[in-house]
Design a protein around this ligand. Sequence first.
Ligand code: 4AD
Ligand code: MG
Length: 435
Amino acid sequence: MTKRITISQAAAFTGQRVEIPGWLYNLRKSGKIVFPILRDGTGMMQCVAMKNNLPEEKFEALKHLTQESSLIVTGVIREEARAASGFEMDVEDVQIIQKVSEEDPYPITPKEHGVDFLMDRRHLWLRSQRQHAIIRVRHEIIKATRDYFDNNGFTLVDTPIFTPAACEGTTTLFECNYFDDEKAYLTQSGQLYNEANAMAFGKVYCFGPTFRAEKSKTRRHLTEFWMVEPEMAWADLEDVKRVAEEFVIYVVGRVLDKKREELKVLERDTSKLELVQGPFVRMSYTDAVKNLQEHGSNIEWGSDFGGGDETILTQQFDRPMLVDRFPTAIKAFYMQPDPERPEVAMGVDVLAPEGYGEIIGGGQRIHDPELLLRRIKEHDLPQEAFDWYIDLRKYGTVPHGGFGMGIERCVAWICGLEHVRETIAFPRMLYRLRP
Ligand code: 4AD
Ligand code: MG
């Protein structure tokens, strides 16, 4: 029996007869030779099929094969310096599994298509080289993320997706019917449960899908995104900043180390990523506002950055920025106010350079029970919903903190994409629930 291999394994089978199952990416014809380019998800390989080496009807079938038809080619792998993959196959046999109809051809051709056309065909678009590169970088980022926390004493403790109440504010929650008329909400962040887990385990992280019913149609917003959230007992704002910085450096380093080929496909300027080293730029919110005003923004102290503001800030530096001490009034109820300046909170955002902006948000949490209760009341939150959360401050409260990083924003930055829509296989956005 002929050994079945993938295109990525070709090097190990030079000179041997093997079979490779895949899809037809493209086909060139030149008289008595056809050059099918096969793709199999692991790579692309040009095959060389000569009329004399194949039964007549198989050669004819191959010659008229259509894009994305599924087939199994059998032949001998040969080193070929001119081929992109470094190898070619001399075809001896071909088995066509399905020929894509000529009347209804594969809709995505090498010509340029509009984004909406491609997004409507996302289930097919994923077969393209550029999408492969992005999804593989995403995979590496996720793997590096897990490795970073696993290797640094964090325990993975995942948090629920159905939740009974809000975490980051009620206006952006997706509501669903639970049982017996009880409402449940899709989680916006695992943080509150993470805090319970941190008091149980010390250092924890959760990593899962999160949901925001934000009616934002920007290049940075999805309604469903994946977030990794570390949380540490016995940690203050400075600890949170240190871990966030080290983590980002580690993730970028891993992608540079393992995914050079993919970054090349994406035409990413990797010299920009090489600059992602410590120390990151450190700036207070107050200084950031001054900086923005000097650069023409009309932001006033007290309001949140607009996306444009983050672009202005991050284009000035070639490293990520840690911006801290935002106005307490615009931050979540759980943020620890600065003891010396309670109008600002001990929160931090990490902004990615080159105009990308916020990829991480986090900070130190209130650990004092009275202060926490007061803040819950000031924010008009239903106290009974937070009874368990307040318990964490009654039974051995300690300073603690953590952060959340949205994977898609990180992927967009590292891949150099202009929009988050390509960073996940099936993006969910304000006007996009299909396919
Ligand atoms: O800044 P955010 O809202 O922070 C929190 O949710 C905290 N509870 C996290 C924590 O401290 N454990 O969100 C964190 C990150 C953002 O920096 C961004 O990367 C990502 O989540 N994010 C989004 N990504 C894509 N689409 C959206 N709509 C996003 N909203 C937030
Ligand atoms: Mg934020």
